[in-house]
Design a protein around this ligand. Structure first.
Ligand SMILES: *[C@@H]1O[C@H](CO)[C@@H](O)[C@H](O)[C@H]1NC(C)=O
Ligand SMILES: *[C@@H]1O[C@H](CO)[C@@H](O)[C@H](O)[C@H]1NC(C)=O
Ligand SMILES: *[C@@H]1O[C@H](CO)[C@@H](O)[C@H](O)[C@H]1NC(C)=O
Ligand SMILES: *[C@@H]1O[C@H](CO)[C@@H](O)[C@H](O)[C@H]1NC(C)=O
Ligand SMILES: *[C@@H]1O[C@H](CO)[C@@H](O)[C@H](O)[C@H]1NC(C)=O
Ligand SMILES: [Zn+2]
Length: 498
């Protein structure tokens, strides 16, 4: 009898322990979820319908991967699954969803090889093949040294016998995409070399003044098609030129931006606009950086309505670290807003990694990539305390050899801590991605928690406006416009149409 009572109370006690355990567990899980980016947003009834739809499809994709890891696309190279993305219903919904702004893109890397191939069909384009392919618009054979012969592209097409073959050969220079990326890009050296060659090839073609003026208009068009309403573009501000070889100074390039932006927002009044971050090469000496900053100040004075700030670009492991330009950067920091690339590296404890310290100490408004940030607990705190936006570009980081399996991308740590993340796409044209929807898709399904949902997507879109360089009034207006188009998206949403 006694033993029976003992036995019973033991069972009851285990039972009460378990239920207490489970409620603690539920609370811990919920509390942690609320810390994630967007975790404390409450969805409306209509938003919940959208959410149920997108999550149904997200769970199908993630759970399929969970039980069949070898078929989990996001653990393979982006090039191996990029063509399949468009069939994903999660992707299709994300593409239609208003996403706010793209804050980290480089002008010459946005529109892909098909767009660039079209340019090669225009008159007056010369080409010369040597180790590279050199292209230049001119009214006579360009007076530029080349180991081959300068010929009109149109003439080669007329005489080469097989235009398909010629075009295929040319197109290869406008893209990093290959069928065997593991062999072609064994390390960051190879991917970055090809990436830099891409810019060397396309820059002389895009900087022909009439092309440039149309190019950025077409960039904005593409973004708008992907439900982006505002863009901050980084540019080295290359010199534009005319057919007779006349070259303009970089201020003219900036004014060409203003012209394209004005024309675009006039044609599409629902579009908020664009701003420019002057972002020249970091592989220079301190005197050159001083020149850069002088130009930045001129831009701030002459094109204030589009000028956002300053950055330095190029493979961070090879370029000079920010600390080398400290006197120059400190001297200008009260006048110029900084948006530095920092910590775009796998090398912990190197000078590249240390760029994160300097970018933050120099008062950067946002950090480009900040890929190495989770290794720096104090800097993580600085980012929170100073509300510094983190511009994350997942596909770029995989293509440029920082990470293969994106489940290991630090973005999931940023999201878990609710850090001020904005998603962007860096140079989507160079790897034949669309302007930004694919980046959202890969981040949402491949990187973020399985259970992160529409709240996170909404928070990411809101962040992109909140951390933009728009000033008070314009920012408030942009957020208003966004809210209208978000509500419209939610209102018209029909799960069955996907
Ligand atoms: C969401 O709803 C909860 C519970 O109803 C409330 O406590 C919380 O403040 C709401 N959050 C926001 C951001 O409105
Ligand atoms: C990956 O791609 C395959 C096509 O090979 C597709 O059928 C599958 O749904 C994708 N897997 C996931 C998890 O999205
Ligand atoms: C290239 O030009 C053709 C013909 O004008 C056009 O239909 C096509 O959309 C263009 N492609 C791109 C990517 O701009
Ligand atoms: C032209 O080149 C393409 C690609 O190399 C090839 O598939 C095609 O058969 C060639 N056409 C002719 C007429 O030789
Ligand atoms: C630039 O750096 C060199 C040494 O690297 C130094 O001697 C020189 O004073 C610096 N110039 C400026 C303007 O900071
Ligand atoms: Zn970048």
């Amino acid at each position: 009898m006694l033993s029976l009572i003992l036995h019973l109370s033991l069972i009851l006690c285990v039972y009460c322990d378990l239920s207490e355990y489970k409620s603690k567990r539920d609370k811990l899980i919920q509390d942690e979820y609320r810390l994630t980016l967007g975790g404390n947003i409450n969805l409306t009834e209509k938003e919940t319908i959208v959410n149920n739809c997108i999550m149904k499809y997200k769970f199908l994709e993630v759970d399929y991967g969970f039980t069949n890891p070898k078929y989990f696309n996001f653990s393979h190279h982006y090039f191996s699954y990029k063509e399949k993305i468009r069939y994903s219903k999660v992707y299709q919904i994300i593409k239609d969803m208003p996403k706010g702004a793209a804050l980290h893109v480089h002008d010459m890397g946005i529109l892909g090889p098909d767009y660039l191939m079209n340019i090669t069909y225009m008159d007056n384009l010369y080409v010369c093949f040597d180790r590279n392919v050199n292209l230049k618009f001119s009214n006579k054979p360009p007076n530029i040294p080349c180991d081959g012969e300068w010929q009109l592209v149109s003439k080669i097409r007329d005489t080469c016998g097989n235009i398909t073959k010629f075009d295929a050969k040319l197109r290869k220079h406008f893209s990093l995409v290959v069928e065997n990326p593991d062999i072609v890009y064994p390390s960051i050296t190879e991917s970055w070399n090809t990436f830099m060659n891409y810019f060397v090839t396309v820059a002389p073609m895009l900087t022909y003044r009439p092309i440039w003026e149309q190019y950025f208009y077409d960039v904005l068009y593409k973004f708008r098609e992907n439900n982006i309403m505002y863009v901050e573009v980084r540019s080295i501000l290359p010199k534009l030129y005319e057919l007779d070889g006349t070259e303009y100074d970089p201020l003219i390039t900036a004014k060409a931006y203003r012209k394209a932006i004005t024309r675009f927002t006039k044609d599409y009044p629902d579009f908020v606009g664009a701003k420019l971050i002057y972002a020249p090469s970091r592989q220079v000496d301190n005197v050159t950086v001083e020149e850069y900053l002088k130009l930045a100040k001129i831009l701030k004075k002459d094109v204030p309505e589009i000028f956002a700030g300053f950055d330095l670009v190029g493979q961070e492991d090879l370029g000079s670290p920010l600390i080398e330009f400290l006197p120059q950067l400190v001297a200008a920091r009260d006048e110029i807003n900084y948006f530095f690339h920092a910590g775009e590296t796998d090398w912990y404890g190197t000078s590249t990694d240390d760029n994160l310290f300097d970018a933050i100490l120099l008062g950067a408004k946002r950090l480009g990539h900040a890929y190495a940030l989770p290794k720096h607990p104090l800097l993580m705190k600085e980012v929170i305390n100073n509300d510094i936006g983190l511009e994350v570009n997942v596909i770029s980081n995989t293509v440029l050899s920082l990470v293969r399996d994106v489940r290991n991308h630090p973005l999931n740590i940023f999201l878990a801590h609710g850090l001020p993340v904005v998603l962007s796409s860096d140079d989507p044209g160079a790897w034949e991605a669309d302007p930004i929807s694919e980046d959202y898709y890969v981040a949402f399904v491949g990187v973020a928690s399985r259970v992160s949902d529409l709240r996170m997507l909404k928070a990411l879109a809101m962040n992109s406006l909140k951390y933009s360089a728009l000033d008070g009034n314009n920012k408030a207006n942009a957020i208003k416009k966004f809210t209208v188009s978000w509500n419209d998206f939610v209102e018209k949403f029909n799960c069955a149409s996907y």
